[in-house]
Design a protein around this ligand. Structure first.
Ligand SMILES: *Cc1c(COP(=O)(O)O)cnc(C)c1O
Length: 384
């Protein structure tokens, strides 16, 4: 929190707008749409709800197929199951860790031959890194399949000058407590299709028909964001650029202090993109370091430092057993490899230099690499 969130919350209390509707909701939607450069946005209770609404708008139902990045949080694909549709998982590629255009192309070609094209492709921009959107858009345009860009982790990221989350038919964002800005819980669905966003707002408010009594013709949801939380969101949006700068600085410090170790590789940044570096993530090649991810995570745990695996690919999850999956290349399973070798480091925007140094030291100790004087210098500390 910035400490200034109270302003809009107090306003909501004073005017008694304590409901999932009100001036903060309207203003948050407008300010957000302007910030990312889209025509319309609807504030909702979570990023998951935003994905669900996008699938509803695209009329996805039982028996339909939806392609989805495999290396992601389960929330990207759960709404596919809510609709009774079938997810098909697409592997990552090494440059972005995100959806492999090669795998997507193969999946589309096969689907076209079977005359069963997907009704949508959910492209996830992981840990703040944009996917190869030009390549992915080209493939999807060729087959006329709309894209839902899951930018839950990539708010503040740009791809060729455009805001991440604005390149597909729909974009979704999350304001969950762990995201780059937060409303404690919340999300946003955006699009240049104003009518579709109006329809989403209707569906998110129990699909109440215009009528003097309560009249309903289609299934709706209770997915609107509270006017109190929208107030938090308005303040948070004002510090987004600051947050991105902080996250990028944390990432730069980590890379400077650790990238001299053979076998340690940080998540790359695609050319012409600027990642928000939501989480600093790296891979550790055990054949070069002699230390496994498991051992590293144990070393962190001993020091009471919270480091984690990268997402376990969805095609490897028991929930999705039996789902179709397309690897990057026939014998190259990128997401699986990233899961085996990847670690997320503490990356909170409140992390102090002292704390970051502790993380760096712990990782270097575990890899039997004493901390270099360079790391101290970079962190502005006295050498030892
Ligand atoms: C957080 C997240 C979501 C879901 O957002 P919620 O607001 O938690 O529902 C979806 N996709 C990805 C990639 C996420 O990280």
């Amino acid at each position: 929190m910035t400490g200034k969130e109270n302003q809009y919350i107090n306003e909501a209390f004073e005017t008694n707008w304590v409901a999932p509707v009100g001036p903060n909701v309207d203003a948050f939607e407008e300010e957000f749409a302007k910030a990312v450069g889209v025509k319309a946005a609807v504030a909702v209770s979570s990023g998951t709800a935003a994905i669900h609404l996008a699938l509803s708008l695209l009329d996805i139902s039982k028996g339909d197929k939806v392609f989805c990045s495999t290396l992601t949080f389960v929330a990207s694909a759960n709404p596919v199951l809510y609709q009774g549709a079938e997810p098909v998982f697409i592997d990552s590629e090494p440059d972005s860790w995100n959806m492999s255009p090669a795998a997507l192309k193969r999946a589309m070609q096969e689907a076209a031959i079977k005359e069963k094209l997907p009704k949508a492709v959910i492209v996830v921009n992981l840990y703040g890194q944009s996917s190869k959107m030009d390549e992915i858009l080209k493939i999807c345009d060729l087959y006329g399949v709309p894209i839902i860009e899951d930018a839950a982790e990539s708010l503040g990221t740009t791809y060729k000058g455009k805001a991440s989350g604005t390149l597909g038919r729909f974009g979704i964002y999350s304001f969950n407590g762990n995201k780059i800005i937060t409303t404690s819980g919340g999300g946003m669905l955006v699009s240049d299709d104003v009518e579709a966003i109006n329809q989403a707002r209707f569906l998110a408010s129990q699909a109440r028909d215009p009528s003097p009594h309560y009249q309903h013709s289609v299934t709706g949801y209770n997915y609107r964001l509270s006017n109190l939380l929208a107030g938090v969101g308005r303040t948070q949006l004002q510090v987004l650029d600051d947050r991105v700068r902080t996250k990028r600085r944390l990432f730069d410090l980590y890379t400077h202090a650790l990238s001299d170790i053979p076998g340690v590789n940080f998540m790359p940044e695609l050319k012409d993109t600027r990642s928000n570096r939501w989480l600093t993530t790296l891979t550790v090649d055990e054949t070069k370091t002699g230390v496994s991810v498991k051992q590293l995570l144990e070393a962190f745990q001993k020091e009471n430092i919270e480091a984690r695996h990268v997402w376990k690919p969805l095609h490897m999850q028991p929930l999705f057993r039996g789902a179709s999956y397309y690897p990057h290349r026939e014998n190259e399973h990128v997401a699986k490899q990233l899961f085996a070798e990847g670690i997320c480091l503490p990356s909170g925007s409140g992390l102090t230099g002292e704390e970051q140094l502790r993380v760096i030291k712990c990782l270097r100790d575990a890899l039997n690499r004493t901390i270099s004087n360079r790391s101290y210098l970079i962190l502005g500390k006295q050498e030892v």
